[in-house]
Design a protein around this ligand. Sequence first.
Ligand SMILES: *[C@@H]1O[C@H](CO)[C@@H](O)[C@H](O)[C@H]1NC(C)=O
Length: 274
Amino acid sequence: MGATPKKPVHVPFSRNYMPTWAYDHITYLNGGNDIQLKLDKYTGTGFQSKGNYLFGHFSMQIKMVPGDSAGTVTAFYLSSQNNEHDEIDFEFLGNRTGQPYILQTNVFTGGKGDREHRIFLWFDPTKAYHSYSILWNMHQIVFFVDDIPIRVFKNSKDLGVKFPFNQPMKIYSSLWNADDWATRGGLEKTDWSKAPFVAAYKSFHIDGCQASVNAKYCATQGKQWWDQKEYQDLDAAQYKRLKWVRKKYTIYNYCTDRVRFPKMAPECKRDRDA
Ligand SMILES: *[C@@H]1O[C@H](CO)[C@@H](O)[C@H](O)[C@H]1NC(C)=O
């Protein structure tokens, strides 16, 4: 019984977030309800949540760097930032004017990543705000673009795969130069004559269980809306949409890369769309 996560509420940036680095490259608009991150040849910038969270639904509305964004990467991710860290990533790889962005997602559990998926989007992410969100509970991690699930990472503990459950994560976002790999594998370089590159954000609501850094569990775990039955799996309509995305927009999926992974990762058994 899948259900669409609740619509995000518009709350100002500073209620839940703070800059991480290059404070002067963040612009506050509309009374702090909207912000812009700026990348120039001196630096990119980023921000992070004030709190640490164990489970929840984390969303943000972003309008990607328009025009010639080749070489730039805009990221939105959760990370526990410790030794054997857990991480859930959205990375938007820019492109030359008129060429499509790539959305790369990845999941790290217990310090192990190498689980990239790459898709094209079905719209131009620079034209308008779209919401990007992560639903995380004991049963699954779902990546949504607007209301469409684009990736599901099921809890496959029974297959011997670690699943993030006891390391609180912060939410991060950043804009930086990655022209050594981002666009056409690093062939397309950032054109600094087009700087500054600007990504716009709004809607900074967080629905999560706030935990202390060392918390092994969350006191309200199991009781919040994102823990309930209808969020423990996708429903038929959601699987149908996931299947549509995978069929029409997939560029890369580590589960089908036999060159890099002659032996398929165990969780790939559950990397399916129906
Ligand atoms: C950029 O555009 C080229 C040409 O259409 C395409 O091959 C590539 O996948 C696009 N995206 C990135 C991020 O390289």
